[in-house]
Structures are given as C-alpha cells and as structure tokens.
Design a protein around this ligand. Structure first.
Ligand code: HEM
Length: 417
C-alpha cells in the first residue's frame, strides 16, 4: 500500500482538488466577460463561426493588438481567456480545412495564450477543460441545468450540432458528479473498514455511471453525424501525430522551434480516469500511454486527484478480503456499468466517425448533394484517428477490454449479469 502525497491519516477530501460537490469537474459559474481591456479578443472570439465562414478569421486575428495577460487575475478570468484564445487558435489553424494550414501562430495570439496556459497549467490548445467544463452559461440563472436552459459562451463552426456536442458532454460530466463525491466516501470507508458504507457508495457510483450512459444517448438527439464529422471535427484536431501538420505549430514570440499538442477529446475528462484508478483498471502499454498523456491536458488539480486516488489502498483487494456478498455485487455491478458506458461510447464513435468516414471514402470521387459534399470534404487524414490523435477503434476496444480484467472471478461466476 503506497501512501498518498496528502496526509494519509486525514480524511480524504475533495476540497483541495477544485472539484464541486454539485458539478464535479465542471467550472462553477464560468465568467462570460473579461475586463474591457480584452475586448479585442472577445470581439473576435464571439464571431468565430461567421469569420471562418467568410474566410476572415485569420486576418482579424492578425490585426489584433498584442495584449498583456497581466490584467487577468482570478482563476475564472484565466479560464475564459484560455477558452477564447483556444477557440481562436483552432479557427486560425483550420480556417481553410486541411489544405491550407498554417505553420505559425502569430505572436499577438501566441504570446498571451502561452502565458495564460502557463498560469493555468494547461497546454496552449483547446482542451476538454475549455470547450466543455468552462464553456457554459445558464439562460435563466435560477433555472435547471438542462439543454433548454444552457448555452455556450464561445462556439465553433457547425451550428446547433456544436452546441449539442459540447453541452451533451457537459451534461455527462454533471451526471458523473455524484460518482466523484462518492469516490471520497469509498476511500474513507475502506480506511475505517466499513464494508456497508463502501458498498453503498459503490452503488451510488454505479447509478451515476448509468446516468452518464443515459445522458450520452442525447448525442444522437442533438448532434448531426455529418456535421460533426464533416464540419466540427477538424476544429478539435491537434498538431501532434497529425499528417496535416507534420511539423507541429510554431508559437511566434514564444519559442522558435515548432511544438506538438494533441487535439481536444473527452479522453481528457477526469471522470473515467478516476473510475479506472478507483477500480484498479490498468491499461496496456500503448493505450495506457495515450491516456496518461491526456492527464497533462487536464487542470493540474484534477490530474492530482487522479494520481492521489491511485495511491490509496486498493478497493479491489478490500472487496476480496471482506468476502461480503453485497460488497462483491456492488463492485461487480460498478465495473459492469463502466463497461457498458465504454461499449455505448464505442457505438457513438462508430455512428459519428466510422460510418461517415466509410461514406466519405465511397463518395470521394463522385458529385452529390450538399450533405454528402460536406462529408467527403472532411480531412482524410483524420478518418482512422481520433482528434486526440489515437487510432480510434483499436484504442477504444483495448481500453474497454482492459476494463473487464478487474472482474473478480468468484462474483462473475455467482452472478447472472
Ligand atoms: C460524438 C461524441 C463523441 C465522439 C465522436 C467521441 C470520440 C472519441 C474518440 C475518437 C476517442 C479516442 C481518443 C481520441 O483520439 O480522441 C474518444 C475517447 C474517449 N472518449 Fe469520447 N467521444 C464522444 C463523446 C464522449 C463523451 C460525451 C464522453 C464523456 C465524458 C467521452 C469520453 C471518452 C473517454 C473517457 C475516452 C477515452 C477512452 C476511455 O476511457 O474509454 N466521449 N472519444
């Protein structure tokens, strides 16, 4: 048993990890406006879809003044600045699709972007922490946290499907928030040997994962696959392992050498990383390396939480040692629901990437209506790759299969699940 970096005798608490009880990893009440000095940024950031459409985004960004980042003080100011600069960067790089990418990000964008990224401990590229966790606003502040009452702060080309993609992912994060709370309960209850309390908390985590899967289903309601694949997806793509940008991107005024960063992906959501560490799920070398790398794309406090969970006494060993039927079943069901989430996610990826990619291949040399045109113009280099740069299906199936390895053989035999 390894010791946690925090005092191992103190109760495990989420307080120091920037985790909200109600919203989990979501940034509570993100700011919608920066101080007036930053108006030149927000004026452009709020018009990205129309400026990309008219091929004017790059020239607007080129004309922005070089602003100092030093007037950004609070965490939420820095998060909005990172979101706005990230969205502008994605638009700048991909404005002309994969044909006419740039090799350099101009210094008036690159320098403040780099500084803000350094202060937040985030990479200078659009991350899940920007596009999802810090990119929401309630229309009616007193109203519910649901699709009807939410809107994005900053958007990308793709209309309602972009709104749907980011907000459904946000709602999946909300559905996962009770699970995060209960991870602390599991850890504290193991420490004091309270089998019933561990079982109860695991049951709550199981329910939360089920809710995440149910919420993920909304993707099919709010996102059009041809728009996700043919329009939005390239704007989430990075400049690492991406044949469209083999050299990476030079951040002018920051470093003379180009740098490589992976694109935005919910593989950067801290939720499943926490579940894997709690349940003792280990990923094999290649997929494990990718997932570990994705942790550097999370806010540092969230990454720290995942690492600290991994240092706690093993839940799986505890379940084995207690040989308690309710606890065995709770553990088994929890892994089963996580597996079901991953299976459902694979079917989503098939619907939103593999199927449109196959249609694009089929249509490439033919002339068709507008929807097909959009799909067949999507970048071919991304067909088999996720925006984070991974070889998609092999990766996702490997991660799913590793999840099965933590089943306790006795429970699997006794339970008809
Ligand atoms: C249209 C919707 C979605 C698509 C097309 C999609 C696609 C992908 C792809 C291609 C990957 C491989 C990694 C990469 O290269 O980026 C991935 C990984 C992942 N995605 Fe999604 N995703 C979607 C929605 C979501 C949502 C809402 C979540 C919830 C948080 C999620 C969670 C994950 C996780 C945790 C991984 C890492 C693999 C794992 O742990 O099983 N995805 N996704």
């Amino acid at each position: 048993m390894a010791a946690a970096k925090t005092d191992p005798k103190a109760p495990f608490s989420l307080d120091s990890y920037h985790v909200s009880k109600e919203l989990g990893f979501i940034l509570p009440e993100p700011l919608a406006e920066l101080p007036p000095y930053y108006k030149p940024w927000m004026d452009v950031a709020l018009r990205i879809p129309e400026l990309v459409q008219s091929h004017e985004l790059r020239s607007h960004i080129d004309q922005m003044p070089l602003l100092s980042s030093s007037f950004l003080q609070k965490h939420r100011e820095l998060r909005l600045a990172h979101l706005a600069l990230s969205m502008m960067t994605m638009g700048y790089v991909w404005q002309e699709g994969d044909n006419n990418t740039v090799e350099t990000l101009p210094c008036n964008l690159a320098v403040p972007y780099w500084e803000v990224s350094q202060r937040l401990g985030l990479p200078p590229i659009l991350t899940h922490a920007d596009g999802v966790l810090a990119n929401w606003k309630k229309k009616d502040p007193e109203g519910p946290f649901n699709m009807e009452n939410l809107e994005l702060l900053v958007s990308l080309p793709g209309g309602d499907s972009v709104r749907g993609f980011f907000l459904v992912t946000l709602l999946v994060e909300v559905a996962g928030a009770p699970a995060v709370r209960n991870i602390a309960t599991v850890i504290n209850s193991i420490r004091c040997g309270d089998t019933e309390a561990v079982a109860r908390a695991l049951e709550d985590i199981t329910q939360s994962i089920q809710d995440m899967t149910d919420t993920l289903k909304l993707m099919q309601v709010y996102v059009e696959p041809s728009i996700f694949y043919g329009v939005l997806r390239i704007y989430l793509s990075g400049w690492k392992d991406n044949p469209c940008m083999p050299k990476g991107l030079t951040y002018e005024g920051v470093r003379t050498e180009p740098m490589e960063f992976s694109g935005g992906s919910a593989a950067q959501s801290s939720l499943l990383h926490c579940f894997d560490e709690l349940l003792g799920i280990k990923h094999e070398a290649k997929s494990g390396d990718f997932l570990t790398r994705m942790r550097s794309y999370m806010p540092p406090a969230h990454k720290q939480l995942i690492e600290d969970i991994s240092l706690q006494p093993s839940l799986r060993n505890f379940v084995q040692q207690q040989a308690n039927e309710r606890l065995n079943q709770a553990f088994h069901l929890c892994v089963t629901k996580l597996l079901a989430f991953r299976n459902y996610h694979i079917s989503i990826v098939s619907r939103f990437i593999s199927v449109p990619a196959a249609r694009a291949r089929q249509l490439r040399n033919e002339s068709h209506g507008s929807e097909e045109d959009m799909i067949s113009r999507a970048p071919t280099a991304l067909e088999e790759r996720g925006t984070g740069g991974s070889g998609i299906m092999t990766f996702l199936k490997s991660v799913r299969d590793q999840t099965k390895n933590v089943f306790l053989s006795e429970t699997s035999k006794n339970m008809d699940i």
